[in-house]
Design a protein around this ligand. Structure first.
Ligand code: HMG
Ligand code: MG
Length: 301
């Protein structure tokens, strides 16, 4: 039996958003912009730039409008996150044309993250998605706690599928399905992504793994076997949700690109330039960069 491998895969860079939102020190806005520019010059063509959330809840994202004002271009799918009507009104004041909404399968997580039940969030978001599609936006739905919740434990596969179905029926272009606290194992990745792939044949399907237990690469390989070829990753392996205790960073872009390219899967990401982009933001972070690729490079290995 041979591995099922696509000829190419798409990396959706989430470093400027997921990567930085959990960072304690405020990263100066100009540094964030240079980081984004650096990532783009490394060949990353889909990217979460920032999020229009409450600056009281996530102060790091308080400069969202300034980031968007300077970082849009025609070569990249520049995505911004918004959790509610107020966030969407702020998006409408920009020229950004791709939006991500986010909801947890787990009610308790959604309450802690967005201060609403999952059902309340969906009741608010479904009409907004219709409105976004009418206005010509690209809409991505991020499905949090698709495998495990830090408060409710294991999530039933059927519950995740059911939430995804509501988003697909509402008209989203993409589902980004997340292992928020990095607890999924490869057999669970394979099972969920196989089911998603079977059911949602006309929707872009993306896997979003946090690397808390160092299983992100294995989960990506399992998702590849299920036919997934889109992966959210974060340069430097930064990231984590401030309202999900135990969530470590995302799968590091450089480690994922290295693995995919080693398997002959084309990503179009230039690792040298990616490392240069990480070096822009590195000095402003309270944590060190721990990805294998970056660490070995520092040691000249
Ligand atoms: P709330 O306090 O319930 O909001 O927060 P509210 O509607 O009661 O409003 C309270 C105040 O916030 C008001 O201001 C509003 O105007 C303001 P005041 O009158 O007190 O001055 N407000 C806003 N301001 C700016 N932008 C907005 C906004 N909405 C209200 N959009 C809220 C509700 C959703 C705002 C809050 O809970 C919040 O900001 N949550 C965001 C949490 C977050 O950013 N989490 C991380 C992103 S999700 C993630 O990382 C997971 C993902 O990576 C996938 C995975 O790994 O699982 C995507
Ligand atoms: Mg995340």
């Amino acid at each position: 039996m041979t591995l099922q491998l696509p000829a190419k895969a798409t990396i959706i860079e989430v470093g400027p958003r997921d990567g930085l939102q959990n960072e304690k020190n405020f990263v100066p806005t100009e540094v964030k912009k240079d980081f984004i520019r650096g990532l783009k010059s490394a060949g990353l063509t889909e990217m979460e730039l920032t999020s229009f959330v409450s600056p009281k809840w996530v102060p790091q994202m308080g400069d969202a409008a300034e980031i968007v004002a300077d970082c849009l271009d025609n070569e990249t799918r520049n995505i911004v996150l918004a959790p509610n009507r107020k966030g969407m009104e702020r998006v409408y004041m920009t020229d950004c044309k791709a939006v991500a909404v986010f909801v947890g399968v787990s009610n308790t997580f959604n309450q802690k993250n967005i201060n609403k039940s999952t059902q309340e969030s969906m009741a608010e978001l479904i009409p907004i998605i219709g409105e976004l599609k009418e206005k010509g936006y690209f809409v991505r739905a991020c499905i949090s706690t698709a495998f495990y919740c830090p408060y409710e434990g294991k999530i039933k596969l059927e519950d995740t599928l059911s939430l995804c179905r509501q988003f697909v029926d509402a008209g989203v272009d993409e589902l980004s399905v997340a292992d928020t606290i990095g607890m999924a194992a490869p057999h669970e990745s394979y099972a969920l992504f196989s089911s998603l792939k079977r059911e949602f044949t006309d929707t872009l399907l993306t896997a979003h793994f946090h690397d808390t237990r160092k299983l992100a690469l294995s989960n990506i390989l399992a998702a590849l076997q299920a036919g997934i070829d889109r992966f959210d990753t974060s340069a430097g392996g930064l990231g984590g949700c401030p309202f999900a205790p135990g969530a470590a960073g995302n799968a590091a872009t450089e480690d994922v690109v290295y693995m995919l390219e080693r398997m002959g899967i084309q990503t179009n990401v230039n690792l040298e330039k990616l490392v240069e982009a990480i070096a822009i933001v590195g000095p402003y972070l309270s944590r060190s960069i721990e990805s294998a690729y970056y660490r070995l490079l520092q040691q000249n290995v």
